[in-house]
Design a protein around this ligand. Structure first.
Ligand code: G6P
Length: 368
Protein backbone atom coordinates (compact mmCIF):
# COMPACT_ATOMS: atom_id res chain seq x y z
CA UNK A 1 0.00 0.00 0.00
CA UNK A 2 2.79 2.41 0.91
CA UNK A 3 4.29 2.14 -2.54
CA UNK A 4 1.01 2.92 -4.18
CA UNK A 5 0.45 5.83 -1.84
CA UNK A 6 3.72 7.32 -3.11
CA UNK A 7 4.46 9.02 0.20
CA UNK A 8 0.99 10.51 0.64
CA UNK A 9 -1.00 9.80 3.77
CA UNK A 10 -4.17 8.96 1.87
CA UNK A 11 -5.22 8.03 -1.65
CA UNK A 12 -7.55 10.98 -1.75
CA UNK A 13 -4.71 13.43 -1.10
CA UNK A 14 -2.53 11.65 -3.66
CA UNK A 15 -5.31 11.80 -6.24
CA UNK A 16 -5.96 15.49 -5.52
CA UNK A 17 -2.29 16.20 -6.22
CA UNK A 18 -2.28 14.04 -9.34
CA UNK A 19 -4.78 16.32 -11.06
CA UNK A 20 -2.34 18.37 -13.18
CA UNK A 21 -0.96 15.12 -14.59
CA UNK A 22 -4.43 13.57 -14.98
CA UNK A 23 -5.52 16.60 -17.01
CA UNK A 24 -2.45 16.31 -19.24
CA UNK A 25 -3.32 12.65 -19.81
CA UNK A 26 -6.94 13.48 -20.64
CA UNK A 27 -5.75 15.99 -23.25
CA UNK A 28 -2.85 13.99 -24.69
CA UNK A 29 -3.28 13.50 -28.44
CA UNK A 30 -6.73 15.09 -28.37
CA UNK A 31 -5.99 18.71 -29.19
CA UNK A 32 -5.61 19.39 -32.89
CA UNK A 33 -3.89 22.79 -33.19
CA UNK A 34 -3.86 22.71 -36.96
CA UNK A 35 -7.63 22.58 -37.20
CA UNK A 36 -8.29 24.32 -33.87
CA UNK A 37 -10.45 21.46 -32.64
CA UNK A 38 -10.34 18.27 -30.57
CA UNK A 39 -10.02 14.72 -31.84
CA UNK A 40 -11.48 11.58 -30.33
CA UNK A 41 -10.63 8.13 -31.57
CA UNK A 42 -13.49 6.15 -30.06
CA UNK A 43 -16.74 7.95 -30.73
CA UNK A 44 -17.68 5.40 -33.41
CA UNK A 45 -20.03 7.88 -35.05
CA UNK A 46 -19.50 9.43 -38.45
CA UNK A 47 -18.86 13.19 -38.68
CA UNK A 48 -22.19 13.37 -40.48
CA UNK A 49 -24.01 11.67 -37.60
CA UNK A 50 -22.27 13.95 -35.10
CA UNK A 51 -23.05 17.07 -37.10
CA UNK A 52 -26.70 16.06 -37.14
CA UNK A 53 -26.98 15.96 -33.33
CA UNK A 54 -29.70 18.34 -32.19
CA UNK A 55 -29.83 17.55 -28.47
CA UNK A 56 -27.55 16.08 -25.88
CA UNK A 57 -28.53 14.32 -22.66
CA UNK A 58 -25.87 13.92 -19.99
CA UNK A 59 -26.47 11.38 -17.26
CA UNK A 60 -24.59 9.99 -14.26
CA UNK A 61 -24.64 9.67 -10.48
CA UNK A 62 -22.97 11.48 -7.59
CA UNK A 63 -19.90 13.45 -8.57
CA UNK A 64 -20.29 12.34 -12.18
CA UNK A 65 -23.72 13.99 -12.20
CA UNK A 66 -22.01 17.20 -11.14
CA UNK A 67 -19.61 17.04 -14.07
CA UNK A 68 -22.69 16.52 -16.25
CA UNK A 69 -23.99 19.86 -14.94
CA UNK A 70 -20.68 21.49 -15.83
CA UNK A 71 -21.01 19.85 -19.25
CA UNK A 72 -24.41 21.45 -19.70
CA UNK A 73 -22.95 24.93 -19.30
CA UNK A 74 -19.96 24.06 -21.49
CA UNK A 75 -21.79 22.47 -24.40
CA UNK A 76 -24.57 25.05 -24.48
CA UNK A 77 -22.14 27.95 -24.34
CA UNK A 78 -19.35 26.70 -26.60
CA UNK A 79 -21.26 24.44 -29.01
CA UNK A 80 -24.79 25.96 -28.78
CA UNK A 81 -26.45 22.54 -28.58
CA UNK A 82 -29.34 22.21 -26.08
CA UNK A 83 -28.36 19.94 -23.20
CA UNK A 84 -30.41 18.15 -20.59
CA UNK A 85 -28.89 16.66 -17.45
CA UNK A 86 -30.55 13.71 -15.78
CA UNK A 87 -29.78 11.65 -12.71
CA UNK A 88 -29.25 8.17 -14.15
CA UNK A 89 -31.48 6.70 -11.43
CA UNK A 90 -34.34 8.93 -12.59
CA UNK A 91 -33.70 8.62 -16.30
CA UNK A 92 -33.89 4.82 -16.24
CA UNK A 93 -37.50 4.86 -15.04
CA UNK A 94 -38.69 7.90 -16.91
CA UNK A 95 -40.24 7.46 -20.25
CA UNK A 96 -39.13 10.62 -22.00
CA UNK A 97 -40.40 11.18 -25.53
CA UNK A 98 -37.70 10.25 -28.00
CA UNK A 99 -36.53 13.15 -30.03
CA UNK A 100 -34.60 12.45 -33.17
CA UNK A 101 -30.89 13.11 -33.23
CA UNK A 102 -30.38 13.04 -29.48
CA UNK A 103 -27.03 11.87 -28.21
CA UNK A 104 -26.87 10.42 -24.69
CA UNK A 105 -23.65 10.49 -22.69
CA UNK A 106 -23.22 8.29 -19.62
CA UNK A 107 -20.59 9.86 -17.38
CA UNK A 108 -18.91 7.54 -14.92
CA UNK A 109 -15.55 7.03 -13.27
CA UNK A 110 -15.92 3.31 -12.63
CA UNK A 111 -18.05 2.35 -15.60
CA UNK A 112 -19.93 0.01 -13.25
CA UNK A 113 -22.59 2.17 -11.61
CA UNK A 114 -25.82 0.17 -11.95
CA UNK A 115 -28.13 3.13 -12.49
CA UNK A 116 -25.92 4.69 -15.16
CA UNK A 117 -25.58 1.37 -16.97
CA UNK A 118 -29.34 0.80 -16.89
CA UNK A 119 -30.09 4.37 -18.05
CA UNK A 120 -27.74 3.97 -20.98
CA UNK A 121 -29.16 0.58 -21.95
CA UNK A 122 -32.70 1.88 -21.75
CA UNK A 123 -32.00 4.95 -23.91
CA UNK A 124 -30.08 2.82 -26.39
CA UNK A 125 -32.99 0.42 -26.63
CA UNK A 126 -35.21 3.36 -27.53
CA UNK A 127 -32.98 4.26 -30.44
CA UNK A 128 -30.67 6.94 -29.09
CA UNK A 129 -26.99 6.90 -29.82
CA UNK A 130 -25.09 6.44 -26.57
CA UNK A 131 -21.55 7.36 -25.61
CA UNK A 132 -19.61 6.85 -22.38
CA UNK A 133 -17.21 9.22 -20.65
CA UNK A 134 -15.45 6.74 -18.47
CA UNK A 135 -12.22 6.12 -16.59
CA UNK A 136 -12.06 2.33 -16.32
CA UNK A 137 -11.11 0.71 -19.61
CA UNK A 138 -13.29 -2.20 -20.66
CA UNK A 139 -15.86 -1.57 -17.90
CA UNK A 140 -19.53 -2.53 -18.32
CA UNK A 141 -20.63 0.98 -19.32
CA UNK A 142 -17.73 1.38 -21.75
CA UNK A 143 -18.88 -1.85 -23.39
CA UNK A 144 -22.58 -1.05 -23.36
CA UNK A 145 -22.20 2.33 -25.09
CA UNK A 146 -21.83 2.78 -28.85
CA UNK A 147 -18.51 4.49 -28.24
CA UNK A 148 -16.90 6.94 -25.91
CA UNK A 149 -14.00 8.80 -24.42
CA UNK A 150 -11.69 7.42 -21.75
CA UNK A 151 -10.40 9.80 -19.09
CA UNK A 152 -6.96 8.17 -18.68
CA UNK A 153 -6.88 9.55 -15.13
CA UNK A 154 -5.27 6.41 -13.73
CA UNK A 155 -6.83 4.36 -10.90
CA UNK A 156 -8.91 6.36 -8.46
CA UNK A 157 -8.99 4.57 -5.12
CA UNK A 158 -10.32 7.14 -2.67
CA UNK A 159 -14.09 6.74 -2.48
CA UNK A 160 -14.64 10.48 -2.88
CA UNK A 161 -13.97 11.24 -6.53
CA UNK A 162 -11.43 14.01 -7.25
CA UNK A 163 -9.19 13.54 -10.29
CA UNK A 164 -11.90 11.69 -12.20
CA UNK A 165 -14.21 14.68 -11.72
CA UNK A 166 -11.78 17.27 -13.08
CA UNK A 167 -10.82 14.91 -15.91
CA UNK A 168 -14.51 14.51 -16.80
CA UNK A 169 -14.88 18.31 -16.88
CA UNK A 170 -11.80 18.50 -19.11
CA UNK A 171 -13.15 15.88 -21.54
CA UNK A 172 -16.48 17.71 -21.65
CA UNK A 173 -14.64 20.95 -22.49
CA UNK A 174 -12.88 19.22 -25.37
CA UNK A 175 -16.19 17.73 -26.55
CA UNK A 176 -17.77 21.19 -26.44
CA UNK A 177 -14.87 22.50 -28.53
CA UNK A 178 -15.26 19.60 -30.96
CA UNK A 179 -19.02 20.08 -31.41
CA UNK A 180 -18.58 23.86 -31.55
CA UNK A 181 -15.99 23.64 -34.31
CA UNK A 182 -18.32 21.41 -36.34
CA UNK A 183 -20.88 24.19 -36.24
CA UNK A 184 -20.50 27.89 -35.73
CA UNK A 185 -17.24 28.29 -33.76
CA UNK A 186 -14.47 30.25 -35.49
CA UNK A 187 -10.95 28.97 -36.02
CA UNK A 188 -9.62 31.77 -33.77
CA UNK A 189 -11.98 30.91 -30.92
CA UNK A 190 -10.99 27.25 -31.23
CA UNK A 191 -7.33 28.24 -31.02
CA UNK A 192 -7.95 30.37 -27.94
CA UNK A 193 -9.69 27.49 -26.19
CA UNK A 194 -6.83 25.14 -27.02
CA UNK A 195 -4.30 27.64 -25.64
CA UNK A 196 -6.31 27.96 -22.44
CA UNK A 197 -6.51 24.18 -22.14
CA UNK A 198 -2.74 23.92 -22.45
CA UNK A 199 -2.39 26.37 -19.55
CA UNK A 200 -4.90 24.51 -17.39
CA UNK A 201 -2.63 21.90 -15.71
CA UNK A 202 -0.31 24.74 -14.61
CA UNK A 203 -3.26 26.66 -13.17
CA UNK A 204 -4.41 23.58 -11.25
CA UNK A 205 -0.85 23.11 -9.95
CA UNK A 206 -0.89 26.69 -8.73
CA UNK A 207 -4.30 26.22 -7.09
CA UNK A 208 -2.89 23.24 -5.16
CA UNK A 209 -0.47 25.55 -3.37
CA UNK A 210 -3.33 26.74 -1.13
CA UNK A 211 -3.06 23.46 0.81
CA UNK A 212 -1.47 24.87 4.00
CA UNK A 213 -3.86 27.78 4.16
CA UNK A 214 -6.83 25.48 3.61
CA UNK A 215 -5.64 23.37 6.53
CA UNK A 216 -5.87 26.44 8.80
CA UNK A 217 -9.33 27.27 7.49
CA UNK A 218 -10.37 23.64 8.09
CA UNK A 219 -9.18 23.85 11.71
CA UNK A 220 -11.33 26.93 12.22
CA UNK A 221 -14.54 25.37 10.93
CA UNK A 222 -14.15 21.65 11.63
CA UNK A 223 -16.86 21.65 14.31
CA UNK A 224 -19.56 23.21 12.15
CA UNK A 225 -22.73 21.16 11.78
CA UNK A 226 -23.99 22.90 8.64
CA UNK A 227 -22.09 24.52 5.79
CA UNK A 228 -23.49 26.34 2.76
CA UNK A 229 -21.71 26.36 -0.61
CA UNK A 230 -22.75 29.08 -3.02
CA UNK A 231 -21.71 29.81 -6.58
CA UNK A 232 -23.27 30.81 -9.90
CA UNK A 233 -23.18 29.74 -13.53
CA UNK A 234 -20.11 27.59 -14.16
CA UNK A 235 -19.51 27.54 -10.41
CA UNK A 236 -22.96 26.41 -9.37
CA UNK A 237 -22.00 22.75 -9.98
CA UNK A 238 -18.78 23.52 -8.08
CA UNK A 239 -20.91 24.53 -5.09
CA UNK A 240 -22.79 21.21 -5.28
CA UNK A 241 -19.56 19.27 -5.60
CA UNK A 242 -17.88 21.11 -2.69
CA UNK A 243 -20.89 20.33 -0.48
CA UNK A 244 -20.95 16.68 -1.56
CA UNK A 245 -17.24 16.27 -0.83
CA UNK A 246 -17.72 17.63 2.71
CA UNK A 247 -20.76 15.43 3.36
CA UNK A 248 -19.11 12.30 2.01
CA UNK A 249 -15.95 12.28 4.05
CA UNK A 250 -16.47 14.50 7.10
CA UNK A 251 -20.19 13.78 7.74
CA UNK A 252 -20.98 17.47 8.11
CA UNK A 253 -24.27 18.47 6.60
CA UNK A 254 -23.64 20.74 3.63
CA UNK A 255 -25.82 22.22 0.91
CA UNK A 256 -24.78 23.62 -2.44
CA UNK A 257 -26.99 26.28 -4.03
CA UNK A 258 -26.87 28.74 -6.89
CA UNK A 259 -25.82 31.87 -4.95
CA UNK A 260 -28.85 33.90 -5.97
CA UNK A 261 -31.26 31.20 -4.76
CA UNK A 262 -29.95 31.80 -1.26
CA UNK A 263 -32.67 34.34 -0.61
CA UNK A 264 -35.35 31.74 -1.34
CA UNK A 265 -34.55 29.59 1.67
CA UNK A 266 -30.96 28.88 2.69
CA UNK A 267 -30.46 32.40 4.06
CA UNK A 268 -32.74 31.40 6.91
CA UNK A 269 -29.98 29.03 8.06
CA UNK A 270 -27.32 31.73 8.26
CA UNK A 271 -26.05 32.41 11.76
CA UNK A 272 -22.69 32.68 13.54
CA UNK A 273 -22.27 28.93 13.58
CA UNK A 274 -23.05 28.30 9.90
CA UNK A 275 -20.19 29.07 7.55
CA UNK A 276 -20.83 29.86 3.88
CA UNK A 277 -18.30 28.99 1.22
CA UNK A 278 -18.62 31.42 -1.69
CA UNK A 279 -17.09 30.44 -5.00
CA UNK A 280 -16.50 33.88 -6.40
CA UNK A 281 -13.80 34.06 -9.05
CA UNK A 282 -13.97 36.99 -11.52
CA UNK A 283 -16.69 36.72 -14.15
CA UNK A 284 -20.04 37.90 -15.42
CA UNK A 285 -21.92 37.40 -12.15
CA UNK A 286 -19.14 38.58 -9.81
CA UNK A 287 -21.00 41.69 -8.57
CA UNK A 288 -24.20 39.76 -7.93
CA UNK A 289 -22.39 37.06 -5.94
CA UNK A 290 -20.58 39.79 -4.01
CA UNK A 291 -23.97 41.27 -3.07
CA UNK A 292 -25.09 37.82 -1.82
CA UNK A 293 -21.89 37.59 0.21
CA UNK A 294 -22.63 40.96 1.82
CA UNK A 295 -26.09 39.74 2.78
CA UNK A 296 -24.57 36.77 4.58
CA UNK A 297 -22.06 39.00 6.31
CA UNK A 298 -24.81 41.36 7.45
CA UNK A 299 -26.43 38.39 9.19
CA UNK A 300 -23.25 37.40 10.99
CA UNK A 301 -22.48 34.28 8.96
CA UNK A 302 -18.78 33.37 8.68
CA UNK A 303 -17.56 33.51 5.06
CA UNK A 304 -14.88 31.57 3.23
CA UNK A 305 -14.33 32.91 -0.29
CA UNK A 306 -12.67 31.14 -3.20
CA UNK A 307 -11.51 34.13 -5.26
CA UNK A 308 -9.19 35.11 -8.09
CA UNK A 309 -5.60 35.78 -7.01
CA UNK A 310 -5.82 39.45 -7.98
CA UNK A 311 -9.20 40.35 -6.48
CA UNK A 312 -8.72 43.07 -3.85
CA UNK A 313 -12.42 43.59 -3.11
CA UNK A 314 -13.24 40.27 -1.56
CA UNK A 315 -11.04 40.72 1.56
CA UNK A 316 -13.33 43.33 3.04
CA UNK A 317 -16.31 40.97 3.05
CA UNK A 318 -14.95 37.46 3.62
CA UNK A 319 -13.35 36.13 6.82
CA UNK A 320 -11.01 33.85 4.89
CA UNK A 321 -10.02 34.19 1.24
CA UNK A 322 -8.50 31.29 -0.65
CA UNK A 323 -6.85 32.45 -3.86
CA UNK A 324 -6.94 30.65 -7.18
CA UNK A 325 -5.35 31.61 -10.51
CA UNK A 326 -7.38 33.37 -13.16
CA UNK A 327 -8.72 31.16 -15.93
CA UNK A 328 -11.60 31.82 -18.34
CA UNK A 329 -15.04 31.18 -16.87
CA UNK A 330 -15.56 27.94 -18.79
CA UNK A 331 -12.47 26.44 -17.10
CA UNK A 332 -13.20 27.73 -13.61
CA UNK A 333 -14.97 24.54 -12.40
CA UNK A 334 -11.71 22.60 -12.79
CA UNK A 335 -9.68 25.15 -10.82
CA UNK A 336 -12.16 26.34 -8.20
CA UNK A 337 -13.00 22.83 -7.01
CA UNK A 338 -9.37 22.23 -5.93
CA UNK A 339 -9.53 24.19 -2.63
CA UNK A 340 -12.92 22.60 -1.92
CA UNK A 341 -11.49 19.09 -2.30
CA UNK A 342 -8.65 20.05 0.05
CA UNK A 343 -11.04 21.66 2.51
CA UNK A 344 -13.13 18.50 2.82
CA UNK A 345 -9.95 16.41 3.11
CA UNK A 346 -8.52 18.48 5.96
CA UNK A 347 -11.83 18.82 7.81
CA UNK A 348 -12.34 15.04 7.64
CA UNK A 349 -8.81 14.39 8.82
CA UNK A 350 -9.18 16.79 11.77
CA UNK A 351 -12.44 15.09 12.73
CA UNK A 352 -10.72 11.70 12.72
CA UNK A 353 -12.75 10.33 9.80
CA UNK A 354 -11.57 7.57 7.48
CA UNK A 355 -10.90 9.74 4.44
CA UNK A 356 -10.42 7.00 1.86
CA UNK A 357 -13.23 4.74 3.09
CA UNK A 358 -16.06 6.87 4.43
CA UNK A 359 -18.83 5.09 6.30
CA UNK A 360 -21.83 3.76 4.34
CA UNK A 361 -20.33 4.65 0.94
CA UNK A 362 -18.87 2.48 -1.81
CA UNK A 363 -16.50 3.41 -4.60
CA UNK A 364 -18.82 2.02 -7.18
CA UNK A 365 -22.47 1.31 -6.54
CA UNK A 366 -23.41 -1.78 -8.51
CA UNK A 367 -26.86 -2.16 -6.96
CA UNK A 368 -29.92 -0.04 -7.59
C1 G6P B 1 -20.39 6.46 -5.72
C2 G6P B 1 -19.06 7.13 -5.35
C3 G6P B 1 -19.01 8.55 -5.90
C4 G6P B 1 -19.29 8.54 -7.39
C5 G6P B 1 -20.59 7.83 -7.73
C6 G6P B 1 -20.73 7.60 -9.22
O1 G6P B 1 -21.42 7.09 -5.03
O2 G6P B 1 -18.89 7.15 -3.94
O3 G6P B 1 -17.74 9.13 -5.65
O4 G6P B 1 -19.33 9.87 -7.86
O5 G6P B 1 -20.63 6.55 -7.13
O6 G6P B 1 -19.71 6.72 -9.62
P1 G6P B 1 -19.20 6.57 -11.09
O7 G6P B 1 -18.14 5.50 -11.02
O8 G6P B 1 -20.36 6.16 -11.93
O9 G6P B 1 -18.64 7.89 -11.51
Amino acid sequence: DNVELGGYEHYMLKEIHEQPEALRNAMRGRLDEENATAVFGGLNLTPQQLRGIERITLTGCGTSWHSALVGEYLIEELARIPVEVQYASELRYRNPPIENNTLVFGITQSGETADTLAALRETKRKGHRTLAICNVVGSSIAQAADGGVYLHAGPEIGVASTKAYTSQCCVLTMLALYFGRMRHMSFERGQEIIEELHRLPGAVQQALSCDLQVRDVAAKYKDATNVLYLGRQFNFPTALEGALKLKEISYIHAEGYPAAEMKHGPIALVDKATPSVFIIPHGTTYDKVMANMEEVRARGGPIIAIASHDDPQVDSVADDVIRIPRVPEFLQPIVSVIPLQLLSYHVALLRGCDVDKPRNLAKSVTVE
